[in-house]
Design a protein around this ligand. Structure first.
Ligand code: B1M
Length: 212
């Protein structure tokens, strides 16, 4: 397993989309733990790409190529996480990445895991306006709004969603969770969110703990 995880990680660092797709397919063929391969293999790779880019060792096009290799692997693996549908819904989650922010890999993984664990999920995609979160949650009677932010510059948008819910007297109707690399428990409590989740498994636990 360790060797497989290393190869997955390396394929992303090399920006080798063909290899990452092959390794994702091999993961399914061999019946390996898909979530473990994603989190400890591919995700480690894309985070390393981010570190190398931050240190000036990679340029923006290489970051884009790494993200593309990551997406190829996720396209193969994500459907296999989508079991569990058809059971009674544990609640409705409206999820998206906040406006100004196009990072969607982590958000999509969280959406898939919530859906696989029995939640009805409305995925609004990335670069989602504040108003869209609020309007959709009201329309769907959502239990949770889950807002992803990967940039420190877009995090304030998460706070704006809560402010808009308050302004429209909807805050009592829906809970809000925040997530994404720069977010934290402290940030969640500072902006008055109901919770923070550090990864997809934590997001499911949080939604389950507070649902209903
Ligand atoms: Co960007 N980027 N990027 N990037 N990128 C980061 C976030 C950065 C930290 C890289 C770095 O400097 N080391 C940095 C942000 C710095 C900061 O603000 N502090 C950065 C930057 C600066 C930028 C640009 C501004 C670069 C530029 O153009 N000059 C630009 C921004 C564009 C924009 O959004 N307006 C940009 C662009 C891109 C790409 C398009 C090339 C690509 C995104 C492709 C895509 O998503 N479609 C990209 C990538 C890939 C990254 C890194 C390398 C990896 C992100 C990722 O996919 N991780 C990232 C570095 C990093 O995060 N360490 C970086 C894998 C994913 C599975 O993890 O998203 O953390 P993550 O999700 C996790 C948890 O956080 C959590 O669960 C997930 C699963 O475990 N989670 C939630 C996430 N959302 C959640 C929501 C929840 C609950 C949990 O409910 C609410």
């Amino acid at each position: 397993m360790k060797e497989h995880l290393d190869r997955c990680r390396q394929a992303i660092i090399d920006g080798d989309a063909e290899k990452s797709r092959e390794l994702a397919e091999l993961t399914l063929e061999k019946g390996m733990d898909v979530l473990e391969v994603i989190e400890k293999g591919f995700v480690e790779g894309i985070r390393e790409v981010g570190r190398l880019w931050e240190d000036g060792e990679l340029f923006l096009p290489e970051l884009v190529i790494g993200a593309d290799a990551m997406k190829k692997a996720m396209d193969v693996l994500q459907p296999s996480l989508e079991g569990g549908r058809g059971q009674q819904s544990l609640g409705h989650v409206v999820i998206g990445t906040i406006e100004g922010d196009i990072h969607d890999i982590g958000k999509t993984l969280v959406a898939t895991m919530l859906s696989a664990n029995g939640f009805a999920v409305t995925d609004l995609g990335a670069d989602v306006p504040v108003t869209k979160f609020v309007e959709t949650a009201a329309e769907k009677g959502a239990d949770w709004i889950a807002i992803s932010a990967l940039l420190t510059t877009t995090m304030p948008g998460q706070k704006k969603v809560i402010e808009q819910l308050e302004a429209k007297s909807l805050r009592g109707d829906v809970k809000v969770m925040v997530g994404g690399a720069p977010c934290s428990e402290e940030w969640a409590s500072e902006i008055g969110a109901d919770g923070y989740a550090g990864d997809a498994v934590a997001a499911v636990a949080l939604a389950k703990g507070r649902a209903g």
